[in-house]
Design a binder for this molecule. Structure first.
Ligand code: GLN
Length: 381
């Protein structure tokens, strides 16, 4: 059987959520909001289900949703997209990434990836036949730097995968960094698969910059309704890019999931039109949660890395005086009542930094109980 998958276990998210449930621990591991998204969006989905039709929608997505995606990005990011030629609706961002990698990579092509990286990327690149060229980003700022890009790019580079805001680093790539990357991609004729699912989750007034603005003709930008509307189980994603990329992309998409449930598509079309205040309130709510958790931990000697985007923050274990590796500490913490995500699982090269990720998209009492459990774990580490 295929060796890429044969060598893999269950994902770290699945494993930690299962352990949290078994042990009754507070789950600050897998990234999902404790509260479901807005009632009006849920009602729109319920109505759409009852009213139908519930038969196959068009392969590229319902016209009303593709139009809503175009309007949303025009309004929020000043990006102009042709809804008929440049937008595809997918069954979540993960499907979009898989379809993009299958569609763009020819076996033997070099694919530039940045480490740490979301767990799905590397197996999918390998399965598509890509040769990973891994650039390591370094804490606390995780910046893209010219020398590192120069070392990774070559005449074999065809695809680059980026993620901004970044999971698990909680960093946000600046417009200057995107311009630098665009320069390399133009020089090497490479396509960027840009995972921007956290685009609306940025903090401290920071603005998301899209790779589509830096490299319009060679970027496939991927978005996620699950992240925008706190409905992670819905799995409704958007893939946006120039017609030449989209035409190739849909050929993979049509034989992966083909379509995405039409009731959810109609509800997301409604949701994308939400007023700016909804997105501002969401950011403010997550920022308050971040500050509550960080405040509780920092007062107890934990050293945390900056959290500028996505609803995660990482503990620097060594700087916090914890003499355990990340996996050992995650196991120890779960015995003390809290699930976390060790970051070494997001590295393919040796000697990753010693960090664990916390998800703060939780209610106050959950954050407080999680912080107390972490403090207990630290004291007995
Ligand atoms: N995106 C989620 C996280 O980072 C995990 C999704 C999943 O479990 N596959 O925690």
């Amino acid at each position: 059987m295929n060796s890429v998958y044969a060598s893999l276990g269950a994902t770290v998210f699945e494993t930690m959520s299962r352990l949290a449930a078994e042990k009754g621990a507070v789950n600050l591991g897998q990234g999902f909001p404790e509260d479901d998204g807005p009632r009006d969006i849920l009602e729109a989905a319920a109505r759409a289900t009852l009213d139908g039709p519930n038969q196959y929608p068009p392969m590229r997505g319902l016209p009303e949703l593709r139009q809503a995606v175009a309007a949303h990005y025009r309004e929020h990011q000043r990006i102009e997209l042709d809804w008929q030629r440049e937008i595809t609706i997918t069954s979540g961002a993960t499907e979009a990434i898989a379809a993009a990698l299958l569609a763009f990579i020819e076996p033997g092509d070099d694919v530039v990836l940045f480490e740490p990286m979301y767990d799905a990327y590397l197996p999918m690149v390998r399965r598509a036949g890509g040769i990973p060229r891994i650039v390591r980003l370094n804490p606390p700022h995780w910046r893209l730097e010219r020398d590192a890009l120069a070392a990774a790019f070559s005449e074999r580079t065809r695809v680059v995968v980026i993620n901004t805001p970044h999971n698990p680093c909680a960093s946000v790539i600046s417009g200057e960094e995107l311009a630098l990357l665009a320069e390399f991609c133009r020089a090497h004729d490479a396509i960027v698969v840009s995972d921007e699912v956290w685009e609306h989750v940025t903090f401290d007034g920071l603005q998301h910059a899209s790779m589509l603005q830096a490299l319009r003709e060679r970027t496939l930008k991927i978005g996620s309704a699950g992240k925008m509307f706190s409905l992670t189980g819905w799995k409704v994603g958007f893939a946006c890019g120039a017609p030449a990329l989209t035409e190739q992309f849909v050929k993979a998409h049509q034989f992966l999931t083909f379509t995405t449930p039409p009731n959810l598509q109609r509800a997301v079309a409604y949701a994308l039109g939400k007023e700016r205040a909804y997105f501002e309130d969401m950011r403010a709510g997550f920022q308050r949660a971040r500050d509550r958790l960080v405040g509780a931990l920092a007062g107890e000697g934990f050293v945390l890395l900056p959290a500028r985007g996505a609803y995660f923050v990482s503990i620097d274990l060594a700087a916090s005086g914890v003499g355990m590796g990340d996996v050992a500490f995650a196991r120890h913490a779960i015995e003390h009542g809290v699930a976390t995500i060790p970051l070494s699982g997001f590295y393919a090269t040796p000697e990753p930094p010693n960090l664990v990720r916390l998800c703060f998209a939780k209610r106050d009492d959950t954050l407080d109980r999680g912080a107390e459990a972490l403090i207990r774990a630290k004291r007995s580490a």
